[in-house]
Write a protein that binds this ligand. Structure first.
Ligand code: ADP
Length: 307
């Protein structure tokens, strides 16, 4: 059975409640995808590749990884750094505003720890997932090493999966984000872009424009998310449009795309065809956006998937 490795950052999440109250949790795009994949497909071996500190938050964060049955042998510990933090505020329509304190986070050091030695545990047909956020937080001087390691994985038959997830404030310039994102697409076997992200980064506003843009890359599978509009997939030259049933009661759209990614990939790794994988992923995302927080309670999630 294939193992899947999610490379990137998990942060401390602070969510504004009523008055001055804040609720504290843990979240981050790759972590969210890993959690929802593992919950929906418990038999799949799901690994996190990141760095945390040695502080109490880091301990609680890694406990959370373990509680969610994620494999942590590639979760490294920095003696100097602590996890990044973000604050999220949601308006009445469910749209989100984020503030980040992650410029000096432990996760930025992951390439100091994740070396060629660790590549030996990857097997043919395992999956390596990274996002535009995983890329944006890499120190510039570590990028070559990252690409080098990705090439080695690719050469050994590991499937590379990329979601561009563009966060403007994490990049020094738009040009830099563009160059790195295009490079990521050239390594990817599977890409799961959201139209929203590529609208801001590449001025691509429709699924068709995103699909035309992606033709220049050698993608085995392309899955384009476009909120409640539709999901468009391109595989072996065949384009399909999958209808999405809009949710009326949107509470918080945080991690909709992450839940979609985790469940879609889990379904594909479990042998489902593209259409069934999209349906499962869309159902998971629709559930997540009807509840506050990036990670909704396990029973709520599982009950909705079974129902
Ligand atoms: P992201 O969260 O990365 O910006 P999208 O907004 O495209 O990505 O959402 C990801 C997925 O979540 C969509 O493909 C869709 O399945 C689901 N989704 C998002 N918004 C809605 C909605 N209003 N109603 C139903 N499903 C939605």
């Amino acid at each position: 059975m294939s193992s899947i490795y999610f490379f990137g950052e998990c942060l401390i999440e602070l969510r504004a409640l009523q008055g001055n109250l804040l609720e504290q949790s843990y979240a981050g795009d790759i972590y969210n995808s890993a959690v929802y994949m593992k919950r929906a497909f418990p038999k799949l071996p799901v690994h996190i590749i990141t760095t945390v500190g040695t502080d109490a938050f880091s301990n609680e964060m890694t406990d959370r990884f373990t509680d969610e049955h994620l494999s942590t042998e590639l979760v490294f510990r920095s003696r100097q750094k602590i996890p990044g933090l973000y604050h999220i505020q949601t308006d009445v329509t469910g749209e989100r505003t984020f503030n980040y304190w992650r410029g000096d986070s432990a996760a930025r050091q992951t390439m100091d720890f994740f070396t060629d030695v660790h590549l030996h545990q990857f097997k043919h047909k395992d999956v390596f997932f990274f996002s535009g956020i995983s890329l944006a937080i890499l120190p510039e001087e570590k990028r070559d090493e990252f690409w080098h390691r990705l090439k080695k994985l690719n050469d050994r038959g590991i499937t590379i999966v990329f979601d561009p997830n563009y966060r403007k404030t994490l990049w020094s310039s738009k040009d830099d984000a563009l160059t790195q994102t295009e490079k990521a697409f050239t390594y990817a076997d599977i890409a799961l872009p959201g139209v929203d992200d590529l609208a801001t980064l590449l001025d691509l506003h429709t699924s068709k424009q995103v699909s035309d843009f992606c033709q220049r890359f050698d993608l085995a599978e392309l899955i384009i998310k476009n909120g409640p509009q539709s999901v468009v997939t391109v595989c072996n030259g065949a384009t399909a449009t999958h209808k999405i049933t809009p949710v009326n009661n949107v509470v918080d759209t945080t991690s909709a795309g992450d839940a979609f990614n985790g469940v879609y990939l889990g379904a594909r790794l479990s042998g489902k065809d593209i259409d069934n994988a999209v349906q499962a992923a869309a159902a998971a995302a629709a559930t997540v956006i009807q509840h506050p927080g990036a990670i909704i309670p396990r029973t709520l999630f599982l009950n909705a998937l079974q129902g």
